[in-house]
Write a new protein. Structure first.
Length: 135
């Protein structure tokens, strides 16, 4: 009986650790991320309620483009698939993959319109955004 009780306690602790790990993974994406790409300043905001806001500001013209909607990430996979959906500014969702470099840096594969339904599965230096957590 002691062995069964210890096994149940061990399984319960493992279950709690898995739940806390998934929640911690989701928390790492939340917040504001900044970067530059091709003459643009980028600001990605990921909120707790799975909403996002992206601002892209052209450095020369100061023209700003914005996207809003819902994001979905599967932290059980590597690289992490990320989908941006329900985007009022577009008629289609965007799909990509992301990977973290520590807690304060993030790599995002570029969203390519002609491949908007396909998700990149690896990172190449020419087609990634490198973002840093905004302090």
């Amino acid at each position: 009986i002691k062995l069964i009780l210890h096994s149940i306690i061990l399984l319960f602790c493992l279950f709690i650790a898995i739940i806390l790990s998934v929640d911690q993974d989701q928390n790492i994406l939340r917040g504001e991320w900044v970067g530059r790409f091709s003459g643009n300043e980028l600001l990605f905001k990921f909120y707790q309620d799975n909403k996002f806001h992206i601002s892209c500001i052209n450095v020369e013209s100061r023209l700003t483009k914005e996207l809003t909607g819902n994001y979905y990430a599967d932290f059980s996979k590597k690289p992490i698939p990320l989908s941006l959906k329900n985007i009022p500014q577009l008629q289609y969702p965007l799909h990509t993959s992301i990977d973290f470099i520590g807690n304060n840096s993030l790599m995002i594969n570029l969203f390519e319109p002609e491949w908007r339904r396909l998700r990149p599965i690896s990172f190449t230096n020419k087609k990634i955004l490198k973002l840093s957590r905004k302090k």
